[in-house]
Design a protein around this ligand. Structure first.
Ligand SMILES: [Ca+2]
Length: 149
């Protein structure tokens, strides 16, 4: 991660940080952190952010902010990778490449993945995936259902 950070990037973050350092104390208050993160164009998960800031107390130095923003960027990158893996999995299941998996085919896939499930459990799983009950599972339904897992 360290080596991926360009000086330019750090300078931009420092400028943004200074904008929230109202009294030029070299630190910002934690309550300004969400706005600062948005100001540098990142999104964050509230629970994760609370966890990352817990150890730093109510004020954050720029170095502490860097630690946090790096964690946030890493999270986003991991999310992207996960999403790509899921998309690839979906493509594998979508054998005829028409953008959806038939619920009946998906049932077979699930049965092959884990033979221990009862028919009722499979029904429940299919219902979770095929949220609009169309009889097919499209990519969006697939990603949404996987996100809940
Ligand atoms: Ca559907």
């Amino acid at each position: 991660m360290e080596e991926n950070l360009s000086t330019q990037q750090v300078t931009l973050w420092h400028d943004a940080f200074n904008n929230f350092d109202y009294n030029s104390t070299g630190s910002i208050e934690c309550c300004d952190l969400p706005n600062l993160i948005k100001a540098v164009g990142q999104s964050y998960d509230e629970e994760d952010l609370a966890e990352y800031t817990r150890e730093f107390g109510v004020c954050l130095s720029f170095a502490e902010f860097l630690i946090i923003i790096r964690k946030i960027i890493k999270d986003r990158e991991e999310e992207k990778i996960n999403k790509k893996e899921l998309k690839d999995a979906f493509k594998c299941y979508d054998k005829d490449g028409n953008g959806h998996i038939r619920a009946s085919d998906f049932r077979e896939i699930l049965r092959n993945l884990d033979g221990s499930q009862t028919e009722e459990e499979l029904d429940d799983l299919i219902a979770e995936f095929d949220s609009d009950r169309s009889g097919t599972i499209d990519l969006e339904e697939f990603l949404n259902a996987m996100a809940k897992k």
